[in-house]
Design a protein around this ligand. Structure first.
Ligand code: NIG
Length: 400
């Protein structure tokens, strides 16, 4: 792959503590990596030159929470909610039925459509989950379809107890037994919906402990619909992230912050589009940051509670409604997501391949860069709803 010099960068957001936010900057991309970052006047030569005309450049979005392996649509449920009905996790069953009835090709095509939509919106890395199959065969094919199409795949067999299960315990036995054994080679993490109406603390703990024993990373859907044990459990078991976190008391906020004292802790992932679409309180992202927690912003794209792939929308909401500065929101939607995926440093993939870090623009990082049709990242919140991706590189390849 030829090297490319991006020059004429009016404002460069690197997320690198030393490089910071730069003006009149340039970046050299070589192969799939960033090779050089600095003042435009000092830039080395490259095979190709792209002058971005004073625009803002930032890392591609890292969407660390999506549910993209599904079929069907829940417009009617959304309409009922907008007319005043409360969200209930039972809607998941509607998507489970549609997903089971779909062919592999239909599931793959829907996933490709959404990954492509996300990419055009600036998302260069994403996590996705199983969780709408809920049989060994349907979870396995969901995991297989997701593998290779997402940067990270989580097994969410513990999403809902399916209607055919004889009882909750028998279903948890299946999840931690045959289901986990079948999907484990295709996923890197296990997630659990720890919530009233889904899985309680004891059941969630069983799922997470089985995941840990299988050598997989842990994630938790916690404190989404009300107070609950999800956050405490996630921190206690060393989960990479606890997602939703809409209902937090002060102790839980401090617990999330303190989880980072002396090592890697648990990321608090806020999902602003989901909070809006379910008419739930917005997660206290401001409070989390003030306490010293590590925050990620993700879309939670799924057909029930958040049918959007737009990280830019989530960033704008975090600024306009959650009280974050634009710098904080952009960092949470790029580096925050990378930390939640444990991809903020070089890693080795399951196949032994080197995985370049995500979420920063600095030498050695994966060359995931978005050029905004704007002079500054401030426009992401100042011009909400306006598609601002002018150009995009993913792993060194120009895709927009
Ligand atoms: O993250 N909370 C659980 N899972 C999804 C909702 C899935 C659905 O309703 O289909 C979420 O919001």
């Amino acid at each position: 792959m030829a090297s490319t010099l991006l020059t004429g960068i009016g404002e460069l957001t690197t997320n690198d503590d030393e490089l910071g936010r730069m003006r009149d900057a340039a970046v050299v991309v070589d192969g799939d990596l960033v090779a050089w970052v600095g003042e435009a006047s000092a830039a080395p030569a490259a095979d190709e030159l792209v002058d971005v005309g004073g625009r803002a450049v930032l890392p591609g979005w890292v969407d660390s929470h999506t549910h993209l392996v599904f079929a069907g649509d829940r417009t009617a449920e959304f309409e009922a909610r907008m007319a005043g009905e409360a969200y209930a996790a039972g809607g998941i069953g509607v998507t489970v039925a549609a997903t089971r009835a779909a062919t592999d090709a239909e599931l793959a095509a829907n996933l490709d459509r959404l990954v492509d939509e996300a990419l055009r919106g600036g998302t260069t890395a994403l996590e996705t989950k199983t969780g709408y199959g809920l049989t060994v065969a349907d979870e396995l094919r969901s995991a297989r379809i997701a593998a290779g199409r997402a940067d990270s795949v989580s097994f969410l067999g513990a999403h809902l107890v399916p209607s055919e299960a004889s009882d909750d315990e028998a279903y948890v036995d299946l999840v931690v037994g045959d289901m986990l054994a079948a999907v484990a080679p295709h996923v890197d993490a296990v997630d659990v919906f720890c919530e009233l109406g889904a899985f309680d603390e004891r059941q969630s703990r069983r799922v997470l402990e089985a995941a840990r024993a299988a050598g997989l990373a842990l994630r938790v859907h916690g404190n989404q619909l009300g107070p609950g044990p999800g956050v405490r459990l996630a921190v206690e078991l060393g989960a990479l992230s606890v997602d939703h976190v809409a209902f937090l008391d002060e102790e839980e906020v401090l617990l999330l912050a303190e989880s980072w004292h002396g090592g890697r802790g648990t990321v608090a992932t806020v999902l602003p589009a989901c909070d809006l679409s379910t008419r739930m309180p917005l997660a206290p992202a401001r409070r989390l940051l003030d306490a010293g927690a590590v925050v990620a912003i993700a879309t939670n794209c799924n057909p029930g509670t958040s049918y959007t792939t737009s990280m830019a929308f989530c960033v704008a909401t975090a600024v306009l409604q959650m009280g974050l500065t634009i710098e904080e929101a952009v960092r949470a939607a790029t580096l925050g997501g990378a930390v939640a995926l444990d991809r903020d440093a070089p890693r080795v993939g399951p196949d032994g391949r080197a995985l370049a870090p995500l979420g920063r623009i600095r030498p050695g990082a994966r060359a995931d860069l978005q050029v905004l049709d704007a002079p500054s990242i401030t426009h992401l919140a100042y011009r909400p709803g306006v598609p601002l991706v002018h150009a995009l590189w993913r792993a060194g390849e120009r895709v927009v």
